[in-house]
Design a binder for this molecule. Structure first.
Ligand code: MN
Length: 203
């Protein structure tokens, strides 16, 4: 799994790889701007403030997530989660179906792509409170869906995360209010399956 290294001892706010309006109408420019420019930026600022003297300076972000506790773990976990969510999971005009070995693994482990989507949407919709639904692979390439509360990431279970949906209210409330399942259903339109398949092949 790739590592996110600090730059000059600190982690920086990732640049969005698309314009704020590029994911409309699934995610509005307003939601994307607040989500990236306010929520993620706050996690980055909080971790930057907490790192000095923690003993975790200079470690890759993934190592910080595995070793930190309390507020530092929450902020590091949220940075890792959002970096994946913004830069790898979603893309404008994305392909809408997996291919290659990932498609074969989805059929093998969930029965069909449609059955996988149903199971994943259920995991996202039924996660109580704030958190993330994840698709991950284990060391043998077996796929699994997990519900992770708050800032948790599947690497804490020894899994390789492939894709995720953010079910914190800040991810959808401006656009969908309380209708979390409607937001999750719309997200399938902008999933970047090409990147997901590549992540699966090099897990
Ligand atoms: Mn979020």
């Amino acid at each position: 799994m790739e590592k996110t290294m600090p730059n000059g001892g600190k982690f920086e706010l990732m640049a969005l790889p698309y314009a704020p309006e590029a994911l409309e109408p699934v995610i509005s420019a307003q939601t994307l701007s607040f989500h990236h420019g306010k929520h993620l930026a706050a996690y980055v600022n909080n971790l930057t403030a907490a790192l000095p003297g923690s003993g975790l300076e200079g470690l890759p972000l993934e190592e910080v997530v595995l070793k930190a506790q309390g507020g530092m773990l929450n902020n590091a976990g949220q940075i890792l989660n959002h970096n994946l969510y913004f830069s790898q999971f979603m893309a404008p005009k994305a392909d809408n179906a997996p291919a290659g070995s990932l498609a074969e693994a989805i059929d093998r482990d969930f029965g069909s792509f449609e059955a996988f989507k149903e199971a994943f949407a259920r995991a996202g919709a039924t996660l109580f409170g704030s958190g993330w639904a994840w698709l991950s692979a284990d060391g043998d390439g077996r796929l699994t869906i997990t519900q992770e509360p708050n800032a948790a990431n599947p690497i804490q279970r020894g899994l390789c995360p492939l894709m995720t949906m953010d079910v914190w209210e800040h991810a959808y409330y401006l656009d969908y209010q309380n209708r979390r399942p409607d937001h999750l259903a719309a997200l399938w339109q902008i999933i970047n399956w090409d990147v997901m398949a590549a992540r699966y092949d090099r897990k």
